[in-house]
Design a protein around this ligand. Structure first.
Ligand SMILES: *Cc1c(COP(=O)(O)O)cnc(C)c1O
Length: 442
C-alpha cells in the first residue's frame, strides 16, 4: 500500500483516541513504519525525534537490543498464559524486582495492563479493604483538581480535568477535590470528611495531563502526614512520573514518601508493551485473606494481566536501568535541558511559562483563542522540522526518552523553539545551525 492509500484507509476505518476526527481527516497523518533509538521513521523514510516518548512510555529508546532480545527469548517459550489459577517465571521475577526498586513498605504486586486499570485496582482495593475492616462508611476518595488517572469510569471519577471528565459526571461516583499544592485545603477536607474517606489519590510531584503542573516542594510529604493523621490510605499514581521521568526512579523518592498503593504502567516495560502493576503493603494484602466462603477475595482481574512478553520486557528494562546507569546519566541531561529551555524557549514572548521537573516539561503558551488550536499548530510546525510532540491544549509537552543524547535533546529544544516562534508569530530567539528538516533514513 502507498502512503496515500494507507492514509485514505485510515480515514475510512479508524477512530483515533482523544482525537476530533473531523480535524484529523483534514490533515496528512504521519504513518510510522519503524523506530530506532529516539528516532521515529515514517513510511516515506522521514525521520522525527520522538519528543514525547511515544506518549510518555519509551525509556531506553526504540529497538534497544537488550529489550528486543528479552522479548524474543520469551516469545520462544510462551507469548501468553494466565495469572488466573496459574503463574509464570517472568511475572514472579518481575514482582520481586519491582518491589526491590519501589519505596519501602510495598510488599505485593497486582498486575493489570494499563494505567487506568492500575488506578482502578488501587481504588477498588482501598474501598474493599475498609469494608472488610468493618468501616464500610469509608467509600469516598479525595483527589486533586486537574488530576488524571485514566479513562475508565472509576479512574475518571477521581479525575479533575473539566474538558475530559465533566460530560461523564452522571456516570461517576463522587470524590472530594483538593486544590493541588494547597495543604491547608487538603487538611480541611480531611478534617471534615476524613471518617468517610477510603484513600487520597495523587500524581506525586507532577500532574502530567493537567499540563505538567508541578507541586511545591514538600507537598507530597505533607499529604502523606495528613493521610497518616486521618488514618486514610495514600495512592500514588506514578503511571507518568515513574521510571526516571522526574530524575529519580520514582517521584515519591524525592520526598522520601512510601504510599499504601503505587500505580505503575507507561514506562514499566521500557515503553514496549502494555503492562501495569499496582503495588501495595502486606497490611492491605492481609485484609483480603480469609476462607473462600468469607468472600474476602479481590474479585478483579484482566485477561492479559501479567502478560509474559510484557513482563520479560519490563525485566530487561530494569536490567538496562542498572547496566547503563540510566538515572545517574540522566542528571546532566536534566541540567542542559533547563539551560536550553531558558535560552531559547522561555524568552519567546508567546510563552507564558515553562514548568518542569526532571524530563517532564510543559511549555504553556500565552492566551490564544481556543479555535486557533495553537498547541496543535506548534506540534505541526515541529513535525515539519523533524520532531513529534503532542500538546495538552496550549501546553506543549516535552518528555523524550531518558536515553536521548545531548545533541538530540538540544535539537529537540531548538525545533520546538522555532516551531513556537513560527506558529505563534513570535520573534525567534535562537538562530540555530539547523540541519535539514528531514533527515532521511539510512
Ligand atoms: C497515562 C496516565 C494514566 C492512564 O494510563 P493508560 O495506560 O492510558 O490507561 C493514569 N494515570 C496517569 C498519571 C497517567 O499519566
Amino acid at each position: 500500500m502507498t502512503t496515500a492509500q494507507l492514509a485514505a484507509l485510515d480515514r475510512e476505518v479508524l477512530w483515533h483516541p482523544f482525537t476530533q476526527q473531523q480535524g484529523w481527516e483534514d490533515e496528512e497523518p504521519v504513518v510510522v513504519e519503524r523506530a530506532q533509538g529516539t528516532t521515529l521513521y515514517d513510511v516515506e523514510g522521514r525521520a522525527y525525534i520522538d519528543g514525547v516518548s511515544s506518549l510518555w512510555c519509551n525509556v531506553h529508546g526504540h529497538g534497544h537490543h537488550a529489550i528486543d532480545a528479552a522479548v524474543r527469548h520469551q516469545l520462544d517459550r510462551v507469548a501468553h498464559t494466565t495469572m488466573l489459577g496459574l503463574t509464570h517465571r517472568p511475572a514472579i521475577e518481575l514482582a520481586r524486582r519491582l518491589l526491590d526498586v519501589a519505596p519501602d513498605g510495598l510488599a505485593r504486586v497486582f498486575y493489570s495492563d494499563n494505567g487506568s486499570t492500575a488506578a482502578e485496582v488501587a481504588l477498588k482495593m482501598a474501598f474493599q479493604w475498609w469494608a472488610h475492616a468493618g468501616q464500610p462508611q469509608r467509600t469516598g476518595f479525595v483527589s486533586l483538581r486537574g488530576a488524571y488517572h485514566g479513562d475508565t469510569v472509576g479512574s475518571v471519577s477521581v479525575g479533575g480535568i473539566e474538558l475530559f471528565h465533566s460530560i461523564y459526571r452522571p456516570l461517576l461516583f463522587d470524590s472530594w477535590q483538593a486544590e493541588p499544592g494547597d495543604i491547608a485545603h487538603m487538611d480541611a477536607l480531611l478534617r471534615e470528611h476524613g471518617d468517610r474517606v477510603a484513600a487520597v489519590i495523587v500524581e506525586p510531584l507532577v500532574q502530567g495531563a493537567a499540563g505538567m503542573l508541578v507541586h511545591p516542594e514538600g507537598y507530597l510529604r505533607q499529604v502523606r502526614e495528613l493521610c497518616d493523621r486521618h488514618g486514610v490510605f495514600l495512592i500514588c499514581d506514578e503511571v507518568a512520573t515513574g521510571f526516571g521521568r522526574t530524575g529519580r526512579m520514582f517521584a515519591c523518592e524525592h520526598e522520601d514518601v512510601s504510599p499504601d498503593f503505587l500505580c505503575l504502567a507507561k514506562g514499566v516495560t521500557g515503553g514496549y508493551l502494555p503492562l501495569a502493576a499496582t503495588l501495595t503493603t502486606e497490611r492491605v494484602y492481609e485484609g483480603f485473606l480469609g476462607r473462600f466462603e468469607e468472600f474476602r477475595t479481590f474479585f478483579h482481574g484482566h485477561t492479559y494481566t501479567g502478560n509474559p512478553l510484557a513482563c520479560a520486557a519490563a525485566l530487561a528494562s530494569l536490567d538496562v536501568f542498572e547496566r547503563e546507569q540510566t538515572i545517574l546519566r540522566l542528571q546532566a541531561k536534566i541540567e542542559v535541558l533547563g539551560t536550553w529551555l531558558a535560552r531559547w524557549v522561555e524568552p519567546l514572548e508567546t510563552v507564558a511559562e515553562v514548568r518542569r521537573r526532571g524530563f517532564m516539561t510543559g511549555i504553556a503558551l500565552a492566551d490564544f483563542p481556543l479555535d486557533a488550536r495553537m498547541g496543535h499548530q506548534v506540534a505541526l510546525a515541529a513535525r515539519r522540522r523533524g520532531a513529534i510532540v503532542r500538546p495538552l491544549g496550549d501546553v506543549v509537552v516535552l518528555m523524550p526518552p531518558l536515553s536521548i543524547s545531548e545533541a538530540e535533546l538540544r535539537r529537540l529544544v531548538e525545533i520546538v523553539a522555532e516551531a513556537i516562534a513560527e506558529a505563534t508569530g513570535a520573534a525567534p530567539v535562537c538562530s540555530t545551525s539547523a540541519p535539514p528538516a528531514w533527515r532521511t533514513a539510512a
